[in-house]
Design a protein around this ligand. Structure first.
Ligand code: SF4
Length: 191
């Protein structure tokens, strides 16, 4: 497990910790927020609601795992509120996928990464449509794109608290002067 943490830190994450799956807060209402008030990624990829299994499945799934590596990047609020947001979301996908691949090669053959934000809005932003959803073909980014944590009902704010990470919610109306830093995070189930 130390190797997993070291690998994640070497990727440049701000922190990475391994916790019990029991500590992952899952709430049925979160996928609903992707629909209403709505996220631009809703129903635009195979990684986001309504095209992912959802909280009930995820609750059962995490019980099959021994532990979970959760990682975060601390990022300026101005980046989260500006054009860099989608680059940051892409970074979460790539980091989750890289840790998953490393874990699979190092004894956790069923490792599975989850990301934050839409892969359509980040990794496939230059394409009109998700190739899986609209073309019934392979994902353009199988080595990067991972399913959405929100789509699985993960309560991100509660998760950061469980990790001991201080975070304030960054929304459109947030004043970056008052809240200069935010956070993006992802996770990898380990077994
Ligand atoms: S093709 Fe693009 S939008 Fe569709 S699942 Fe893959 S990365 Fe996401």
């Amino acid at each position: 497990m130390d190797k997993m943490i070291e690998f994640a830190l070497n990727l440049g994450v701000g922190d990475a910790r391994i916790i019990s799956p029991d500590l992952i807060p899952v709430d049925d209402k979160f996928p609903g927020f992707c629909r209403e008030p709505g996220c631009p990624g809703f129903n635009r990829s195979m990684s986001c609601p309504p095209n992912v299994e959802g909280p009930e499945w995820f609750r059962a799934e995490i019980k099959k795992y021994e532990s979970v590596l959760v990682f975060k990047y601390d990022v300026p609020s101005t980046s989260l509120l500006g054009n860099e947001r989608m680059d940051l979301m892409g970074l979460i996908h790539e980091t989750a996928a890289a840790i998953e691949t490393f874990a699979r090669k190092n004894g956790c053959e069923k490792a599975r990464g989850f990301a934050g934000g839409s892969c359509k809005e980040s990794l496939c932003r230059d394409h009109l449509e998700c190739r899986v959803l609209h073309g019934n073909r392979d994902c353009r980014n199988p080595g990067k794109a991972r399913q959405s944590m929100s789509g699985m009902g993960v309560n991100f704010l509660e998760l950061t608290r469980a990790m001991g990470w201080e975070m304030e919610v960054i929304a459109k109306e947030t004043d970056p002067g008052a809240v200069p830093m935010g956070m993006v995070a992802g996770m990898v189930l380990l077994k």
